[in-house]
Write a protein that binds this ligand. Structure first.
Ligand code: BGC
Length: 255
């Protein structure tokens, strides 16, 4: 790892993970460090964990990118579907920049993963509209057209058949309702048919931890649009966050 490698931090429901990232290679430039997410995961408690994690990279002086599972506009978090409600209205860029003593750029978790998949992974070189979804506790989405992100698309909260889509089709719904792969794939088919009807993407990418089991459910999703598993898997958030921090240094104001 050199001083120049930006650090990506992935703030998830169970763990907070960090690594230095080699943006040329699109891969980690260090081991991945992980600390359990504090309970409750308030901004102040999370900032303490970030400081501890970043302390494990003593030679790094680079900018830091952080994913948050909520809507992020100009550093402010404005939704908290699956995280502590005290995040709403928090200027996360400012809180973390102060806690860590250097520039921190915050980005929605699915937007980070989507950028990484388009830059280095399953959607590399794909022209036109790519929709990257992450299936976890919720459903995250990234809308990227010719490499340009439209941030905070929040397609996990589409209302489908009278339900918030993620409450039926996220991986947590599969676990909570003890669904078979076939039963879950039916719900996913309903979900992704809605996505293709509304957006006509050229490619859909499916990420989140469960994408490891892609061969069990992916081929059962019956839609017209090409749909593939994410390639960077659980590295996508960290790599995408580091990418965002580096881009923000180059052109402030860009997500
Ligand atoms: C949140 C999104 C987030 C997604 C995945 C949803 O509930 O609203 O902001 O990207 O979960 O974590």
């Amino acid at each position: 790892m050199t001083q120049q490698h930006p650090i990506g931090i992935d703030f998830g429901g169970t763990g907070i993970k960090a690594a230095a990232v080699d943006l040329k290679a699109g891969d980690f430039a260090s081991d991945r460090e992980k600390i359990a997410t504090p309970k409750p995961a308030t901004p102040a408690a999370v900032a303490d964990i970030f400081a501890e994690l970043v302390g494990r990279f003593p030679t790094s002086a680079s900018p830091i990118g952080v994913t948050v599972p909520g809507v992020v506009r100009h550093g402010f978090v404005s939704s908290a579907a699956n995280i502590d409600k005290s995040w709403i209205g928090t200027d996360a860029d400012a809180v973390f920049t102060q806690a860590l003593g250097r520039d921190v750029h915050v980005v929605n978790d699915a937007d980070a993963a989507g950028l990484a998949e388009v830059e280095y992974g399953a959607a590399k070189g794909q022209r036109g509209l790519v929709i990257v979804t992450t299936l976890g506790t919720g459903i995250g989405s990234a809308l990227i057209n010719d490499g340009v992100l439209v941030p905070n698309s929040e397609l996990g909260h589409l209302e489908i058949e009278g339900h918030d889509a993620e409450s039926r089709a996220a991986n947590s719904a599969r676990e909570n309702d003890a669904l078979s792969w076939e039963e879950w794939a039916e719900r996913l088919t309903t979900y992704y048919r809605t996505i293709e009807r509304l957006f006509s993407p050229e490619l859909i990418v499916v990420g989140g931890g469960v994408s490891k089991a892609w061969s069990d459910f992916g081929p059962l999703i019956a839609i017209e649009t090409p749909i593939v598993a994410a390639q960077l898997r659980n590295r996508a958030g960290i790599i995408g966050a580091a990418l965002v921090s580096s881009r923000a240094q180059e052109s402030p104001g860009r997500p």
